[in-house]
Design a protein. Structure first.
Length: 540
């Protein structure tokens, strides 16, 4: 490895195969065993975006894949480099994001021998198998194209998710005459339509319903089924509720939009009082169902591509299939009618707004309105696990699909800024904003340098309250005292300046103008708001 490479090697074959599969951008961080893949990237059309830690590289790949709707390669080195990505891959797994992680491994003839080779793990792949949906090791260079195609297919086949492929360093650096087959195919496996009698029964329930509600989860977004969802909603004139992960599946300024306020009484009653609820692409998990406390009085029709999800939380008529195909099929089977859905959706929105107003909440809702007004309709907005993001999950208007990025799959702190950079790599002409707290931002502060280096013009709104704000509230409410949640923080304006990123300090009153300034700046820019935000009480 100390000699310059002038021959074709396995690392070149990895990159050539990914390029043939449709990869456009690769994320990662070089390591000594993995450098052969970087030699492949050097002469490839695949754009390389390097982050400063594997954690953030994984988050960036996640952000890219969410907005692009296709797999994102993540290149990792052996041992500690690979393990640093596990948190990001856990989020990708929980949120069904197709990240294709390719990691180096120690030489083939030393695997499992415990001889103390650099970065050696007892069983590297075993750390990934419980998290990703598919994991394999390449046994020989000739197997590389087929295994990469299989990985790409597994990542993009619903339910989508991350995959992991490890390649021993001797295969990466060794000469090879293998070429990418002309017929290489990593297309997702086809998902069949549900049985005819199941579709007919589901359509009959919707057709006879007097108070139907459509409940859209992240599967609608991943399937690209937003047009089909809207067509069915308008045909039935049914209110549309979304989960946090489903935000953007239905435009929240549409008259039929009931929003995503899962903890609000008005939202819960809309679902509880429906005679038929069509839940599409959601596991109906704890955050969606009020910690499983939501009770449904009517029939539940549960559409999901994963059979194990159906009936787990509620008894349901299970419709096993892809959201897009099922929604289109159901739309063709139901009759167009009026069910007063716009009035029911409006009543939910007005009741929630009134309840928040009665609590005297103005700062946080005003901040959300200011951000919404500053962003174009199709802008990407990535939210970290911070108080303003909790507000946004329930009360921010998501107006376009694949634009609201939120790591609620596993509640991962530090996600938003690197995810926004990944989204910017996917959509360079689309404005992008990351909303972070000061505690979470420190996970990815160093990626200010990556934004500059790779010309990623994402913008940053940093809410600085000197610590972990949401944990303060939980700790105070539960234990009555604070400990370990306050942080000594740097001068964030000076830090941004040191990285060459223009930044401004702002106030709630000046935020609109400062966001306009940031969005107009060429390249990355930051706005820092010092404020102590608070959570709201779910409205009655």
């Amino acid at each position: 490895m100390a000699q310059a490479t002038r021959t074709r090697i396995g690392g070149h074959l990895v990159v050539e195969t990914l390029e043939a599969l449709g990869a456009e951008v690769a994320f990662g961080l070089p390591g000594v065993h993995a450098l052969a893949m970087w030699d492949g990237l050097r002469s490839s059309r695949v754009r390389y975006v390097g982050l400063r830690t594997e954690l953030n590289a994984g988050f960036a790949a996640d952000g890219y894949a969410r907005v692009r709707g296709r797999p994102a390669p993540l290149f990792l080195s052996t041992g500690p480099g690979a393990l640093n990505s596990l948190t990001a891959l856990m989020e990708a797994s929980s949120s069904h994001v197709p990240v294709v992680a390719v990691a180096s491994q120690i030489p083939s003839d030393l695997l499992g021998r415990g001889r103390g080779y650099l970065h050696e793990l007892r069983d590297q792949i075993a750390s990934f198998r419980p998290i990703v949906k598919w994991a394999e090791r390449v046994p020989e260079a000739g197997a590389l194209p087929a295994l990469l195609a299989e990985a790409w297919r597994a990542a993009s086949t619903p339910p989508t998710g991350p995959v992991f492929l490890e390649v021993p360093v001797d295969l990466l650096t060794g000469e090879t005459e293998e070429v990418v087959p002309d017929d290489l195919d990593g297309s997702p496996a086809e998902v069949e339509l549900p049985a005819e009698d199941v579709l007919a029964e589901a359509a009959g329930l919707l057709d006879r319903a007097e108070r139907p509600v459509l409940w859209a989860g992240g599967g609608v977004v991943r399937s690209g089924a937003w047009d089909e969802l809207r067509a069915l909603a308008e045909r039935l004139e049914a209110p549309v509720a979304t989960t946090y992960m489903g935000k953007g599946a239905f435009p929240e300024d549409h008259p039929l939009a009931a929003g995503s306020g899962a903890d609000e009484a008005a939202f819960q009653e809309l679902l509880a009082e429906a005679d038929v609820v069509l839940a599409v692409g959601t596991e109906l998990g704890a955050e969606t169902t009020g910690q499983y406390g939501l009770e449904l009085a009517g029939r539940l029709v549960h559409v999901d591509v994963a059979a194990e999800r159906i009936g787990t939380t509620y008894p349901a008529l299970g419709v096993l299939g892809d959201a897009r195909a099922v929604l289109a099929n159901l739309t063709n089977r139901v009759s167009e009618r009026s069910s007063g859905g716009a009035g029911r959706a409006r009543a939910v929105r007005e009741r929630i707004d009134s309840g928040l107003a009665e609590q005297g909440r103005s700062l946080e809702p005003d901040l959300l309105r200011t951000i919404r007004a500053a962003l174009p309709r199709d802008a990407v907005h990535a939210w970290d696990m911070t108080i303003l993001a909790y507000w946004a999950g329930a009360h921010f208007q998501a107006l376009a699909p694949r634009r609201f990025l939120y790591p609620l799959g596993s509640g991962t702190l530090g996600y938003a800024w690197p995810a926004a950079l990944g989204a910017k790599a996917a959509l360079p002409g689309t404005p992008g904003l990351a909303v972070v707290g000061d505690g979470g931002f420190l996970y990815g502060l160093v990626e200010l340098a990556s934004a500059r280096q790779h010309g990623l013009g994402a913008k940053l709104l940093l809410v600085d309250d000197g610590g972990y704000g949401i944990l303060r509230e939980y700790q105070q409410d539960t234990f009555g005292e604070l400990y370990g949640v306050d942080l000594v923080q740097p001068d964030f304006l000076s830090v941004c300046s040191a990285f060459g990123v223009p930044a401004r300090s702002t106030t709630p009153e000046a935020l609109a103008a400062d966001l306009d300034w940031a969005l107009a700046v060429e390249g990355p820019a930051a706005v820092v708001l010092q404020a102590r935000l608070e959570m709201w009480t779910p409205t009655s």
